[in-house]
Design a protein around this ligand. Structure first.
Ligand SMILES: C[S@@+](CC[C@H](N)C(=O)[O-])C[C@H]1O[C@@H](n2cnc3c(N)ncnc32)[C@H](O)[C@@H]1O
Length: 361
């Protein structure tokens, strides 16, 4: 009990005085960066696996582009070369047990309901910066959005209400059932929001059950949204590659997730899950969190250009989220797939086709 009280007090103090910097080390409380345009080349140096990922994704992209030219059927074949899955069976089990709770605003997903106040404007405004001159009532009308890991549709629905045509996907069938039932109560969403129980790689690799004939996903979406999802995936490289594949050139990828810091472990797991019980126990594994820098490297190695990274902070007392200069716990990221594909030429130079590998030594 004393531990609980002390941690709660500590958590509250951190919000008012950022005393967490002193307690946990200033290094984990870095200011957020908000940028325009691509990263400077100098920032690209990093772990040695980056170049390995880069080569792999360039090669995969070349296959996709080559196959794109030969028709949709071949697109599917190229994506099948992604052998990894993003699905972690433990995560599916965990969310399966919560599938009926999505729309309880005071329940297990209360923090996600509250996050809409921040993430919906974040998504809307970043998209409007790119797609200018839209009418105000339905500003996202005409845009196609893929909501990856949509759960019960907490974010899918407001995006549909802003006029977007949204496809929500999630590997947990019961969550998709909950999402479908809930959106069916709003006639405004009937033609704008659709759901499908599948993973992103399943969506891109084969025509999922229930998909209409001729319905392609490759290069079809103006935006991919993955909010509080990447920390639950088994393979981020496959995720990034598939996101690039389904996006139109110039399309946006919008992510919210947790940083991998001491503070995110203390507040995001220990306090949030075990002390204050804001989030169901066992929801997060710290090992699967990712820092903004690492996420940027991964996305850029898959051809994205990261536009902005913003820190987010949850106040457990008020139950509200706010923007903050620090990305130490939660953050939002916006990346863009380039409009043209200079990589085609780059691939020719950088990455020999496997059949050519012997001649290139
Ligand atoms: C914390 S919830 C976020 C739900 C929703 N994005 C929101 O913010 O309301 C994480 C979601 O990711 C889903 N998920 C887990 N593994 C996934 C995968 N490999 N592909 C897509 N979604 C996945 C879970 O089923 C769950 O619905």
């Amino acid at each position: 009990m004393n531990l609980e009280c002390n941690l709660t007090v500590l958590y509250r103090k951190m919000f008012s005085s950022k005393v967490g910097c002193l307690v946990l080390g200033v290094s984990c409380f870095k200011p957020a960066r908000v940028r325009s345009g691509p990263l400077r080349p100098g920032l690209r140096t990093g772990f040695s696996w980056t170049s390995v990922c880069q080569q792999r994704s360039l090669w995969l992209r070349r296959s996709a582009l080559m196959n794109n030219n030969q028709g949709a059927l071949h697109c599917q074949a190229s994506v099948r070369s992604v052998s990894q899955t993003t699905v972690d069976p433990n995560e599916v089990r965990r969310f399966q047990s919560l599938a009926s709770k999505w729309w309880d605003e005071q329940g297990e997903f209360a923090a996600l309901h509250a996050m809409n106040d921040l993430r919906v404007p974040f998504i809307r405004d970043n998209l409007l910066n790119i797609h200018r001159g839209r009418q105000t009532a339905k500003p996202l009308a005409g845009l196609k959005i893929l909501d990856v890991g949509c759960g019960g549709g907490l974010l899918t629905e407001p995006l549909g209400r802003l006029g977007a045509s949204v496809l929500g996907i999630d590997p947990v069938e019961d969550s998709i059932g909950t999402a479908q039932l809930h959106s069916s109560y709003d006639p405004d969403l009937r033609h704008r929001v659709r759901y499908r129980a599948c993973s992103l790689e399943e969506l891109t690799s084969e025509r999922p059950e229930g998909a209409e004939a001729g319905e392609e996903v490759v290069g079809q979406f103006d935006a991919v949204v993955a909010s509080e999802v990447v920390e639950h995936l088994a393979d981020l490289e496959t995720f990034a590659y598939c996101c690039s594949l389904v996006l139109k050139p110039g399309g946006s990828l919008l992510i919210t997730t947790l940083n991998k810091t001491n503070l995110s472990w203390l507040l995001g797991i220990l306090v949030a899950e075990n002390v204050l019980r804001i989030v169901p126990q066992g929801t997060h594994e710290w090992e699967k969190f990712i820092s903004p820098e690492e996420l940027e490297r991964l996305l850029e190695s898959n051809g994205f250009s990261v536009q902005s990274v913003k820190g987010m902070l949850y106040n457990p007392v008020t139950g509200a989220w706010s923007w903050t200069d620090s990305t130490a716990i939660n953050y939002a990221l916006h990346a863009v797939k380039p409009r043209d594909e200079p990589l085609v030429h780059q691939v020719e130079e950088d990455s020999p086709h496997p059949q050519d590998s012997t001649t290139h030594g």
